[in-house]
Design a protein around this ligand. Structure first.
Ligand code: FEO
Length: 168
């Protein structure tokens, strides 16, 4: 991008670079949920599969929200390359543990960009990211609530079927 174009952006270059990294993370989260949904489909867990397909499309929406924001600010949003996806899980519980880890990593990353935006006096970005801060609270909570089901209901075949229905 030409220097003059960068100077005309309404966000700082460092913040835009961090937001492009976040686009990658949301894109990877979307693809990762799709891989988890596929595993659930193959293991006859339709409730969890539906939930994870839904998560995959929500993460794609998050990615697009940031994508559009960067371009609306006069910046350059970059379509991410997604690599190194895990398709292999040993149990439904592991799927949701991975989901929670992923959400925690996203929260940390969003918080870091909020700090960066504050430091760089990029208040439009700080304001824009508030929606993501709240969204992450909800997403982490829903994964924790699902993981609690394994503690309450157990991990044998019937328990897993009941958990799957509950998730739906
Ligand atoms: Fe958009 Fe749940 O990270």
């Amino acid at each position: 991008m030409k220097d003059i174009a960068r100077q005309q952006m309404s966000i700082k270059v460092s913040t835009m670079d961090a937001l492009n990294e976040q686009i990658k993370m949301e894109g990877k989260a979307s693809a990762s949920y799709l891989a988890m949904a596929s595993w659930c489909d193959q293991n006859s867990l339709p409730g969890s599969a539906d939930f994870l397909y839904q998560q995959a499309s929500e993460e794609r929406e998050h990615m697009l929200k940031i994508f559009k924001f960067i371009n609306d600010c006069g910046g350059n949003a970059i379509s991410p390359e997604i690599t190194n996806l895990n398709h292999d899980f040993s149990s439904l519980e592991e799927v949701f543990e991975t989901a929670l880890e992923q959400e925690i990593a996203v929260t940390k990353s969003i918080n870091k960009i909020v700090s960066l935006a504050k430091k760089s006096e990029d208040y439009a970005v700080e304001n824009f990211l508030q929606w993501f801060v709240n969204e992450q609270l909800e997403e982490e909570k829903s994964m924790r609530d699902i993981l609690d089901l394994f503690e309450v209901m157990g991990r044998d075949g019937i328990a897993i079927k009941l958990i799957d229905e509950r998730i739906k």
